[in-house]
Design a protein around this ligand. Sequence first.
Ligand SMILES: [Zn+2]
Length: 448
Amino acid sequence: MKTVGFRSIVLYILLAVFLGGVGLMVARQLLYGRQWAMQPYNMNLTGQMGDIKDRNGNILARSEDGERLYSDDGTVRLALLHTIGDTAGYIGTGVQSVMGDRLTGYNFVTGLNETILTGLTSGLDLTVDQYACTAAYSAMGGHDGAAILYNYETGDILCKVSAPTFDPAFVPEDIETNGAYKGAYLDNTLSGTFTPGSIFKVVTAAAAMEAWPDSWSTRTYDCWGSENIGGSDITCLNGEAHGTLDMYGAMGHSCNIYFAHLANDLGSEALQKKAEELGFNANLQFGDVTVAKSSIDLSGANANQLGWAAVGQYTVLANPYHMMALMGAVAQGGTCKEPPRLTAGGDALSKVIKPGRMMSPDTAANLKSLLRSDVENYYGDWLFPQGMNVCAKTGTGEVGEGIAPNCWMVGFCDSAQYPYAFAVVVEEGSGGIETAGVVVSAMLQALA
Ligand SMILES: [Zn+2]
């Protein structure tokens, strides 16, 4: 009896180990099968990935004889690298990585590639327009940065470009050692953050509108080009004196001293709170991709630091995707109604945690009127295709002594025909309009 008892215990243990092992295997398959199957290096095991096309049916990537091939046009390959992804899978935010299971037809229940069973290839039809992407990339003139534009009515992302980039068909041999490719695996639209400079005045203005709903537009401050605020100077660009300004004049001239005073009258808590309501310090989610946080921390800031933060300096950082969504919200009465997306179906990249209501409809209408005034009275409508009714703000984020600034333009078209919101940042440029405005113009021309 003793021996039998011992044997049954051994059998029970073996059974438990076996069942545990099976359970672990199933769990691993469920948890990791999808990631495993979507790795580009598994293409030979999981079958070929399907075609990726732009909104007009242009082929951006396809497979032939087990090899991944990209567009025949070299500029398209460079401009769309970060949206599509590379063959080795280093660009983790590209659709070939994030939506690899869709492209290989991998079924996580059977663990089989459905394309082997059915002979069908699963493809992806993206919302991007390859011409808008190449136009933006070319207009960036070899500078690093990001350009992103979406249709705020439908959510379709039409343009998404990041630089530095490389050709996925001819990966440079010195990619790991050549400084020109530093950060090339990173999609700056989703994973980059940059000093915003004057585009942040939109946030400071929104805080003022909500603090003083009846008097924000008539409140004035004097600018003499430079002023000691909180123990050190706040200066305007090139030391230019702007005189007595109201909010419209201050936004149009991009007066730092006006906004530094405004922020000190508001207080750091009000500015911090409004910035957070507008999506700063929030984890925005773009499908399976966590977007890099725009950030602001005014705790302990003195009057001078608060003044610089109000004009997008100090420690403030902004992410291009977030800035674009914020502009979409201003265009739509204060809420980003349709989450930005890259494909039409109910896929990973269209599941976005939507920022809720960011501002009141009144604030959105007031910001729209300010941003429209910038283009109409200061930048010039001639910059953009006719009838687009562009509303925008430029910025030059100073990043350090001897380094040319980050040049920004963010905004939207107040137009039923062209419901586009955008954010462009170009590193080491010469100015908001000259450097980033040109990229916005090129994108809009391509979509006109
Ligand atoms: Zn000024």
